[in-house]
Write a protein that binds this ligand. Sequence first.
Ligand code: PLP
Length: 380
Amino acid sequence: MSWKMETKILHAGEPEPRVQGAVCMPVFQSTMYELEGEAGYHDIRYIRLNNTPNHVVLHRKLAALENSEAALVTASGMAAISTSLMSVLKSGDHFLAQNGLYGGTHTFVTETLPEYGISVDFLDAADAGSWKQRLRPNTRAIYVEAMTNPLLHVADHKAVTAFAREHDLVSLIDSTFASPVNFRPIEIGYDLSIHSCTKYLNGHSDIVAGAVMGRTERIRKITHLLNHLGGSLDPHACFLLHRGMKTLSVRMKQHNESALKIAQFLETHPAVSRVNYPGLESHPHHSRARELFHGCGGVISWELKSGLPAAEQLIGKLKIPIHTVSLGGVETLITRPAATSHSGLTAEERRRFGIPEGLVRLSVGIESTDDLIEDLRQAL
Ligand code: PLP
């Protein structure tokens, strides 16, 4: 039977039979398990080797959600990103990455990987015509994000996977901003789909976790590397992620609908000069987002006509959104990327990437949309 997303989230990958009949997967807080004649080191059931019952259930469920063969949970989104890239690339290799990556990833690929002999070139992921000239004989992979932060640019994802196939590159995508409800990259040909589960997948802003999905052989290789690097997710965090994921589809529905209404409200407000949200017809990648995504998620960014002072005043006056970093949780969060996520860039780099000092980013939670709009109205 082929289940729809809402059903898979709850029932795919669950133990059969249920453990002692328990409706909820219990936490297996045991470091090791009795030996049963395992074939090799990676099969020994030990907490760092990512194979306790709590890991296995999540692997089956996450693979089912993205229609991939296999999945692996990791100790953070960055553990999933760094381990996946290191499993695909070796010293002497070159790869292509999208402009405007998440800051932690940007630093990892520009500062850490070069120390291991791996080089990177950046490309405009929305302009497929410019990619070929970046290829080198040693180019092995292409790395993009579902939507960029904080401008919500949407890469030409179908062109990325076609380009990767044509030039024999491994294609990797950080799909955190979309979640498996809004986008399933494996279905359009990505080799590896990565998530920071700290965001939408868990949804409750109370754990750090990551995941990567793909073909069995690739996930096995990443798992063996993670087993050595040690970035395994603790079983109790597995339990919390499993619990948080149960409401993923209803949360995403609310994030999608509420963010669209708020973006539409902001777009017509006289104090606002520009709104970035792919669900808006005014967004440069709106038609691509409509074709690829089942919704555009909860993140919106905008500029105010009066710039930085107005942005700081707005954040100070809002009563519901919490002034902090991160995204994808049930509470609405607000931040100014130039002061937080993108503070590691110089002012000149921020200008080049189109991130003005006064840009405001909202991660819309699941509160009443009317209350959020009223709060924004009084603060604006
Ligand atoms: N990818 C994206 C798009 C993110 O926004 C983040 C964190 O903000 C990460 C990856 C890193 O995830 P984690 O904090 O779980 O390591």
